[in-house]
Design a protein around this ligand. Structure first.
Ligand SMILES: [Zn+2]
Ligand SMILES: [Zn+2]
Length: 322
């Protein structure tokens, strides 16, 4: 079974996205790229080089429901004459091509983001959503943890690896310990745990960073020899990356705890201190990052959190330093 990477351009800051073709029955595409003419053309070109017609695709598997990964899913499905589309059920906060906006809004308010900033983030998201077609609930099937995607000459094990988003999945070929990991493993950047509603109770936030650490440890048990990420080059030394991510997360946590004044601060205030010069989309990512680290520090008993006046205020615990 060959896993063929195809790089597609995106209009996003992160740059090109990698999608993966498995050119054996049932012909399967893992992720699709954003809904742009450029990505669609590049996808057709990549398929042509692999001698696959788009109409031959039988299965579209999504690592997660971000626009750069899922945007063309409907278009590919239609061009492929009803290929099956599969995604994990926990991609609830970000159903394919559609943000569950009210739930996100509630989380941003609790994180202390001022109303005018929330409005800016919403307008920005309206700009992003044009890069994905949306799906209704009955239009896709579910990826389930530990099940296998079968192919003519082998299988890919579905491994639910929440963190970057609640429903992020990786796919493991155990025969040679190759992993397709979407945005769970990226060679050059530590993936952002995106602020998301909890899929079980959307009034709560998903413990993205804690879940992410578990996912990384779970992937490690497969002792991967090659990891194909959603962006950038493949990772050959997962152990090195694993240790580097853990160090980066510990360093960031120490910084967040250091920034907390005795009188307390919201996640938004911490984000503004961590990233004072960010604009538009990066303000959302920076508040996501601050919340993720504060939540993890709180769950580890290193800081305190109090809910009052509509938002959460974090405080250092006496004597505890990250
Ligand atoms: Zn993503
Ligand atoms: Zn991505």
């Amino acid at each position: 079974m060959r896993i063929i990477p195809i790089s597609l351009p995106t209009p996003f800051y992160i740059g090109p996205v990698n999608v993966y073709l498995i050119a054996e029955d049932p012909i399967t595409l893992i992720d699709t790229g954003p809904k742009t003419k450029e990505a669609n053309d590049a996808l057709h070109e990549g398929l042509r080089k692999a001698r696959v017609r788009i109409s031959d695709i039988r299965r579209i598997v999504l690592t997660h429901a971000h626009e750069d990964h899922c945007g063309l899913a409907r278009s590919v499905r239609d061009q492929a004459k009803d290929a099956e589309v599969l995604v994990h059920a926990w991609e609830t906060g970000h159903r394919i091509g559609r943000l569950e906006y009210e739930e996100h809004r509630t989380l941003l308010v609790r994180a202390g983001v001022p109303p005018e900033e929330i409005e800016t983030m919403r307008r920005m998201y309206d700009g992003v959503r044009q890069y994905a077609d949306s799906f209704e609930h009955d239009e896709y099937g579910e990826l389930r943890d530990e099940e296998e995607l079968e192919f003519e000459t082998g299988t890919l094990r579905i491994v639910h690896t929440p963190g970057h988003t609640p429903g992020s999945c990786s796919f493991v070929r155990e025969a040679d310990r190759t992993v397709v990991a979407g945005d769970c493993v990226l060679k050059r950047i530590t993936p952002n745990p995106i602020l998301s509603p909890d899929p079980i109770d959307p009034t709560k936030r998903f413990a993205s960073l804690a879940e992410y650490l578990v996912s990384l440890a779970r992937l490690r048990t497969f002792a991967p020899t090659l990891v194909h990420g959603g962006h950038g080059e493949p990772v050959h030394d997962f152990e090195e990356l694993f240790n580097r991510y853990f160090r980066a997360i510990r360093d960031r946590q120490a910084e967040v705890i250091r920034l907390l004044p005795k009188s307390g601060a919201s996640a938004w205030e911490i984000a503004r201190q961590m990233f004072p010069v960010t604009d538009d989309v990066h303000r959302f990512l920076s508040v996501s990052e601050a919340v993720a680290h504060l939540d993890l520090a709180h769950s580890e008993g290193k800081i305190e959190v109090e809910f009052g006046d509509g938002k959460e205020v974090y405080r250092p615990k006496n004597g505890v330093r990250g």
